[in-house]
Design a protein around this ligand. Structure first.
Ligand SMILES: Cc1cc2nc3c(=O)[nH]c(=O)nc-3n(C[C@H](O)[C@H](O)[C@H](O)COP(=O)(O)OP(=O)(O)OC[C@H]3O[C@@H](n4cnc5c(N)ncnc54)[C@H](O)[C@@H]3O)c2cc1C
Length: 467
């Protein structure tokens, strides 16, 4: 059912002689799209982000696994908006919000004022109340995360070349990815390919193909957002690449040298319910939590916050009692309002964030004209996930019903779809060239690691561990 939009008091409108100030927090998929949608509008747009770049997160795992360099998937925000005369880009971290004063405060103590505010600060890793695990099993969300993971993976192989103790070497060569959503599946599949295809021949004291890549998932299957048949195909493709997939396996503890897993059964011991995996390289892909800005907004405006820290928004993406503030993207607990259908939750994916960005921008323009805001409607085009070379699953939504396929065709579809959406970045041809090289030579060009800390013989054992 389509909701009737509540008539809220108009925000304190700017004087007629002054253009409305639209402040956008975060230049990820949602913020970028909102700012672009306002490019011809008679408003002054300010974009503030704590990073100087927009990041194409769907290909972040390629940086973490040395397949692509950072400029291939990130672009300076300032450069993206160089031709948008009504947009100003600021580097800064938002740490406070004062809805009564229509102002935000930044970490450096400065304030920014707005007539309309769009908050698109995204999400971060969620460790289900075990934030101490982050140190041992980093997640993948930013370029810094990707560099940290790439470093851990490559230095684990380096340390294995020097290690003489078989058990210690086995732990160095055990890579555990926790969480079998699209990011976990991509990471595990690519790590297995690196071990079996990229590195063989480069080490003298061990065979990189002997590396053990595990994908540990608490739920009953991989890629749970996909239909069961595609999950099964994905699992088969992972196993073909050499990934040890363990579903129904809940992680209960993580430390610097491994993790504890609880499962109905464990390999080689059908009755055991808890076992340990020794590993020096664990990667967290199991949970996300909304940006802390969500809770700040909740406290300041009375908006409800869900368990993942997302802000409950009105059908038009504004906050209750604050039509001048919209929350979009991964930070919003939003619903889609399609005619004749019950409202549906919007998934935390880039098309959702982009579509919300366009709706939030359109509603600001409607309000400026005195027209009622429109409810958000999400158009779902489907889901894609890649597993490795010639291995992917595709689940498309079409008016004729779902279109589902897997294998080589799905992989080609995934590849070209991602290159297509790399608009505005270092040119797509360069990325395609990097992938073509990787394809024909199994080469991963971005394997340079700098600033390696070498263990000192007289340092305590904890400081002598591999980086
Ligand atoms: C590894 C990975 C792979 C993914 N793969 C896919 C995929 O294949 N397909 C898909 O559809 N989706 C994918 N997603 C999800 C998709 O990237 C998100 O849904 C999307 O980025 C959400 O957009 P957003 O604008 O809400 O937030 P983001 O794109 O995360 O942008 C948030 C922005 O806010 C800024 N920010 C945060 N806090 C502050 C602050 N306090 N002050 C100032 N700036 C701040 C950040 O620097 C960032 O630029 C993936 C996500 C990840 C992490």
């Amino acid at each position: 059912m389509m909701p009737r939009m509540k008539e809220s008091p108009p925000p304190s409108a700017p004087p007629a002689t002054q253009r409305a100030r639209v402040l956008i927090v975060g230049c990820g998929f949602g913020g970028l799209e909102a700012a672009r949608a306002l490019r011809h509008a008679p408003v002054d747009v300010t974009l503030v982000d704590r990073n100087n770049h927009h990041l194409f997160q769907p290909l972040l795992y390629q940086v973490a696994t040395a397949g692509l360099a950072a400029p291939s998937i990130a672009a300076p925000i300032r450069h993206l908006f160089r031709r948008q005369a009504n947009a100003t880009v600021l580097l800064g971290e938002v740490v406070g919000v004062d809805p009564a004063a229509h102002a935000l405060s930044l970490a450096d103590g400065s304030q920014l004022r707005y007539d309309y505010l769009i908050v698109a600060a995204g999400a971060t890793h969620g460790y289900f109340g075990h934030d101490e695990w982050a140190e041992h099993a980093p997640g993948l969300k930013t370029l810094d995360d990707a560099f940290a993971i790439r470093r851990r993976v490559l230095l684990a192989f380096e340390a294995a070349e020097k290690e003489t103790d078989p058990a210690a070497r086995a732990a160095l060569l055990t890579f555990v990815v926790i969480g079998a959503g699209p990011t976990g599946v991509e990471m595990a599949g690519t790590l297995a390919e690196i071990a079996r295809r990229t590195l063989p021949g480069e080490f003298r004291n061990f065979d990189p193909a002997s590396a053990h890549v595990l994908l540990v998932e608490g739920g009953p299957r991989v890629l749970q957002a996909f239909p069961e048949a595609l999950s099964t195909r994905a699992c088969e493709q992972l196993e073909r690449l050499g990934v040890d997939v363990r579903t129904g396996a809940r992680v209960t503890a993580i430390d610097a040298h491994g993790l504890q897993v609880e499962s109905a059964s464990s390999p080689g011991n059908a009755s055991a319910s808890s076992y340990r995996i020794n590993s020096n390289c664990m990667i967290w892909a199991a949970g996300v939590s909304a940006s802390p800005l969500g809770r700040l907004l909740g406290q300041a405006t009375g908006a409800q916050i869900d368990r993942a820290g997302r802000v409950a928004v009105e059908p038009d993406l504004s906050l209750p009692g604050h039509p001048e503030i919209s929350v979009i993207g991964d930070l919003a607990a939003a619903r889609s309002y399609a005619p004749g259908r019950e409202p549906q939750p919007v998934p935390g994916v880039s098309p959702g964030a982009k579509q919300m960005g366009r709706t939030a921008a359109a509603n600001i323009l409607r309000r400026l004209k005195g027209s009622p805001a429109l409810p958000f409607r999400y158009i779902d085009y489907g889901n894609l996930a890649t597993i490795g070379r010639h291995a992917a699953v595709v689940d498309l939504t079409s008016p004729l019903g779902p279109i589902r396929f897997s294998g080589t065709l799905a992989w080609l579809f995934w590849l070209f779809a991602h290159i297509w959406f790399l608009i505005g970045f270092r040119n797509r041809v360069a990325v395609l060239a990097d992938w073509a090289t990787a394809y024909f030579r199994y080469h991963r060009p971005a394997r340079i690691v700098t600033g390696v800390r070498h263990p000192q013989a007289d340092a305590p054992p904890a400081e002598r561990e591999a980086d």
